[in-house]
Write a protein that binds this ligand. Structure first.
Ligand code: UD1
Ligand code: CA
Length: 474
């Protein structure tokens, strides 16, 4: 394909009414990318001369996305004339007037279509001298798709939309995948000639095929054997089905790459996730965005991680983790909530019922039980006692706390930020730390315990507690 000129038009202007959503159909998410992202990634990877998404419905939102992630794409706007044929006409206007190569047309709502399939289609199209090539597939249930009509000798003749089809045409199980290669010049001419005489009063791209054939061009339908490749998403049932299939494929690819995934059906991976060899994923785990996991780490059961990096030989159990870093050999959970900016050093620990945010916890340091660590920096090999709260918020502003290395803080402390605790310092159980504790000091603010004799007998007479106290005195 390298020496052949081609452009890819990606259709994304439709309203997607069957999704019943405020979000335009092509912006619905599948494995971490909008449907359109899947289509544009493939279109871009083909290495053609032009990638032209056609937009209209919810234009601003879609254009913002395309400009951010596919800046080389040239956006075409569809006008008020509806239909896939009109969309392609609007896309063609963005090509140089003398462009005479191949125009590939794909849809923003067909996310699993891959580069190899399109390349094979274009090669067959160019080598065979066709005016139009259409991908088709055989579906047990072809409802909703356009049907491929063949003539008596089995030659591809036309595409009839489901809603325009007769009963006998509806019985045809070969469907139009919505993926095409056209000779640019023939496409321009034939698009100009087709009308809108159909049930939707739209200009159908599918009518070009019959027009080309009538004008003496060779046309072909190439049948794809893997039906998932061309699955179109029109409603949320199809979105769910394609999601599950893509996830099965992603899990299988990682399993082949050396990752143990105990239960692919309860493991959900975005396409952007990266896993090293000998990672183990236990059931109920969801890895999203630019999350990466290093060799030998075990994730799950029940971990959700977004845009986070885990080092080697780390362990996470029942945790919800966003935009965080977890060092080599570190352990997290069960029942931990790591909010953005958590950075746990090598061999560190964030234990049970612990919430962290904007917290750098040094190598070998541990926050094992029932604590909140917000806006803090903790040095190496320190231990934060059970039930500690970093009180970072005074109701107006957030403040930072700095804890040194080799620090031992007692259970049930409150650190009223901003405070600093020096290297090697200790604090006593139950301390509310409002003043800095210097290196090596013991911080404490307990008043001595006083026991008041007969307080219960005098103040709670007649209670079971008072009776028990009385009895034990006699
Ligand atoms: C289309 C095909 C059908 C095929 C199916 C495969 C036509 C007329 N029909 O039907 O034969 O079996 O795809 O999935 O082409 N779009 C625009 N502008 C428009 C209308 C649609 O850009 O005016 C875009 C949509 O955003 C979508 C794509 O074209 O990405 C397909 O549109 P959709 O309405 O989903 O067509 P189908 O009814 O699925
Ligand atoms: Ca569709």
């Amino acid at each position: 394909m390298a020496d052949h000129k081609f452009a890819v038009i990606v259709l994304a202007a439709g309203a997607g009414t069957r999704m019943r959503s405020k979000t335009p159909k092509v912006m619905h998410e599948l494995a971490g990318l909008p449907l359109l992202g899947h289509a544009l990634s493939t279109a871009t990877a083909l290495g053609g001369d032009h990638v032209i998404p056609v937009v209209r419905h919810e234009r601003e939102l879609i254009v913002d996305y395309i400009s951010a992630f596919y800046p080389t794409a040239v956006i075409a706007d569809q006008d008020d004339i509806p239909g896939t044929g009109r969309a392609v006409e609007c896309g063609l206007e963005k090509l140089p007037a003398d462009f005479d190569g191949t125009v590939v047309v794909t849809s923003g709502d067909v996310p699993l279509l891959d580069v190899a399939t399109i390349q094979a289609m274009v090669e067959s199209h160019v080598d065979g001298g066709f005016g139009a090539t259409v991908l088709s597939a055989r579906f047990d249930d072809p409802t909703g798709y356009g049907r491929i009509v063949r003539d008596a000798d089995g030659h591809f003749a036309a595409i009839i939309e489901h809603r325009d089809a007769s009963d006998s045409e509806r019985a045809i199980t070969e469907v139009n995948a919505g993926v095409y290669a056209f000779d640019a010049k023939a496409l321009r001419e034939n698009l100009a000639s087709i009308g809108m005489e159909n049930s939707q009063h739209e200009k159908y791209l599918t009518d070009v095929v019959a027009a080309e054939r009538a004008n003496g061009k060779k046309v072909q339908a190439l049948t794809v054997l893997d039906n998932w490749l061309i699955a179109g998403i029109n409603d949320r049932v199809q979105l769910g089905e394609v999601s599950a299939e893509l996830n099965r494929r992603l899990c299988a690819a990682w399993q082949r790459a050396g990752v143990t995934i105990i239960d692919p059906s309860s493991t959900w991976l975005d396409v952007t996730v990266s896993l090293a060899e000998d990672v183990t994923i236990l059931p109920g785990t969801i890895l999203k965005g630019f999350t990466s996991v290093g060799r030998g780490s075990t994730i799950g059961p029940e971990v959700q991680m977004t845009d986070s990096q885990v080092g080697e030989n780390a362990t996470l159990v029942k945790a919800h983790v966003t935009t965080s870093k977890i060092g080599d050999g570190a352990s997290v959970g069960p029942f931990a909530y790591l909010r953005p900016g958590t950075d746990l050093g090598a061999d560190g620990k964030i234990g049970t019922f612990v919430e962290t945010k904007n917290a750098k916890i040094g190598a070998g340091s541990k926050v094992p039980h029932l604590s909140y660590v917000g806006d803090a920096e903790i040095g190496v090999e320190s231990n934060i006692g059970a039930g500690t709260i970093f009180a970072n918020y005074d109701g107006v502003n957030k403040h930072r706390s700095t804890i040194g290395s080799h620090v031992r803080t007692g259970s049930h402390n409150t650190f009223v930020a901003p405070i600093t605790i020096g290297d090697g310092a200790y604090t006593a159980a139950g301390t509310t730390v409002r003043k800095n504790v210097a290196a090596g000091e013991l911080g404490m603010n307990l008043t001595p315990q006083r026991n008041i004799a007969d307080w219960v007998i005098n103040n709670r007479p007649g209670t079971k507690a008072a009776d028990a106290a009385e009895k034990s005195k006699n």
